[in-house]
Write a protein that binds this ligand. Structure first.
Ligand code: IMP
Ligand code: MG
Length: 175
């Protein structure tokens, strides 16, 4: 499959994705069984993952979307903007940030810092995918769906210059 200048091949199929999401949901249902977390999916990339995940959450929970832009093309720009879209009071709240993918971890670091400053009771991260750089830098992500190498992926919410979010499977770029 070709998108703009990049060729992609299928990497993670629909049923593998659903298995990963189901396992994450089961763990969260267990860990948060006496709590009422606020899910904070980070737009745009996590919208499909967040939807599939939250449908399987069985504890009382709230959902509110946030946004932070930090990426151009296939390389992290390192240009971080501030967190926008927060409407809820987060005081004493157990917060679960929902991310599509953690690469350098810069995005998460920024978001977690801002959230902790708001008097949250706890801030944890649930990410569908984690790339190698995040593991090397020991970015703390408590709930990880799948670890992948340092490769560019798209589909299931993830994009390449805005395209490919609608794909049901996850693809990786051929080098
Ligand atoms: P980080 O700040 O470097 O961890 O980048 C995280 C954000 O960059 C993610 O939330 C994604 O939106 C985007 N991103 C990182 N890697 C990829 C990729 O392989 N495909 C599509 N988007 C990516
Ligand atoms: Mg994202």
């Amino acid at each position: 499959m070709q998108i703009k200048d990049l060729r992609f091949k299928q990497f993670i199929n629909k049923s593998e994705i659903q298995d990963v999401v189901r396992k994450l949901a089961a763990t969260l249902n267990e860990d948060y069984r006496d709590k009422s977390p606020l899910f904070l999916p980070v737009l745009n990339g996590s919208f499909i993952f967040a939807s599939d995940l939250i449908k399987q959450i069985e504890v009382p929970c709230k959902v509110s979307f946030v946004k932070v832009a930090s990426y151009n093309g296939t390389a992290s720009s390192g240009q971080l903007k501030t967190l926008i879209g927060l409407e809820e009071s987060l005081f004493n709240q157990d917060v679960l940030i929902v991310e599509d993918i953690v690469d350098t971890g810069l995005t998460l670091q920024k978001i977690t810092e801002e959230l902790r400053a708001l008097g949250t009771r706890s801030v944890e991260v649930v990410a569908l995918l984690r790339k190698k750089p995040a593991r090397e830098k020991q970015v703390s992500v408590k709930y990880v769906g799948m670890d992948i190498d340092d490769e560019f992926v798209l589909g299931y919410g993830l994009d390449y210059d805005g395209l490919g979010r609608n794909l049901k499977e996850i693809y990786k770029a051929l080098t």
